[in-house]
Design a protein around this ligand. Structure first.
Ligand SMILES: C[S@@+](CC[C@H](N)C(=O)[O-])C[C@H]1O[C@@H](n2cnc3c(N)ncnc32)[C@H](O)[C@@H]1O
Length: 268
């Protein structure tokens, strides 16, 4: 296969041959999903492609978001600090898998029909995303911008994975308040943070973060972290209900996914 060819789920055989129920099928489906999502990044260059493969395959958060139904069909998704927009490619791969009737039966409904918008500080990542995501249904878009100043559109799901620690606590609180305001009633924020209370795991998380930041050619050093209790208190103060899920399985890190739900609209 040449570097610019993008295999699609239509020319994969794994998902087509397997039934849609059972752990075996879920493994095969996930394998088809991350491979398909990563393959789009061949067009964005070798680094983007190999980074996408490694990240989608080994970071447990991506499979969890799909397999746990955190992103509902037709949701308006805002991905803040989205890097090269991996989630948009994964959502498109999920939609294609569902269209083939191969979405795992035990997973909640596939996140079909989503409208994706990303915000990313680094021009290089925006360019990689633009190239990779071009031509996908409903034109997922990554905008270059700083989350501290870029307006947030009204949305149903906000995703912030490993981003907030790059700004100071006051700025984090301001971003979170604006996220709460942008979310529809009942909407959810999927926020992954490092738990500063997790000692060596947290130290290792931040050390690797600095290394990856440098390798990606970025200058922004990690700035501010909080303990899990501090994160939860700040989010509850804004009016979110918060569920904490460890999200570092298979890695030595201290990453936690905070699933934060905004209160539904009250009676009129
Ligand atoms: C560790 S990466 C995570 C990327 C992506 N969320 C993921 O999980 O694949 C953090 C990203 O946040 C971006 N970022 C840092 N500060 C930002 C800011 N102030 N506004 C927007 N993006 C920012 C970085 O450029 C980087 O792409």
């Amino acid at each position: 296969m040449n570097l610019h060819q993008v295999p699609t789920l239509d020319n994969r055989t794994t998902a087509a041959r397997t039934p849609t129920a059972g752990a075996g099928h879920e493994r095969a489906a996930w394998s088809a999903l991350w491979r398909t999502a990563a393959a789009r990044y061949r067009r964005s260059g070798r680094f983007a492609y190999h980074f996408a493969r490694g990240k989608l395959r080994h970071d447990p958060v991506f499979q969890a978001l799909l397999a746990r139904g955190d992103i509902a069909p037709n949701a308006r998704v805002l991905d803040i600090g989205c890097g090269q927009g991996l989630l948009a490619s994964l959502l498109a791969a999920g939609e294609a898998l569902a269209a083939r009737g191969s979405w795992p039966a035990r997973w909640p409904p596939a996140p079909t029909g989503t409208h994706y918008r990303g915000i990313e500080l680094m021009a290089r990542d925006v360019a990689r995303a633009d190239t990779a995501l071009h031509g996908l249904p409903r034109s997922p878009r990554v905008q270059r911008g700083d989350m501290r100043t870029t307006p947030f559109d009204a949305c149903d799901v906000v995703v912030i994975l490993d981003v907030l620690h790059y700004v100071d606590i006051r700025e984090q609180d301001d971003v979170l308040a604006r996220v709460h305001a942008a979310l529809a009633p009942g909407g959810r924020l999927l926020l992954r943070v490092g738990d500063a209370g997790a000692r060596w795991r947290h130290a290792l998380t931040r050390w690797v973060d600095r290394a990856v930041t440098l390798v990606r050619g970025h200058a922004a050093p990690p700035v501010a972290d909080r303990t899990l209790a501090q994160w939860t208190a700040a989010l509850q103060h804004l009016g979110f209900t918060v569920q904490v899920r460890p999200m570092y399985q298979g890695t030595p890190f201290a990453n936690m996914l905070l699933v934060c739900v905004k209160a539904p609209a009250g009676p009129a």
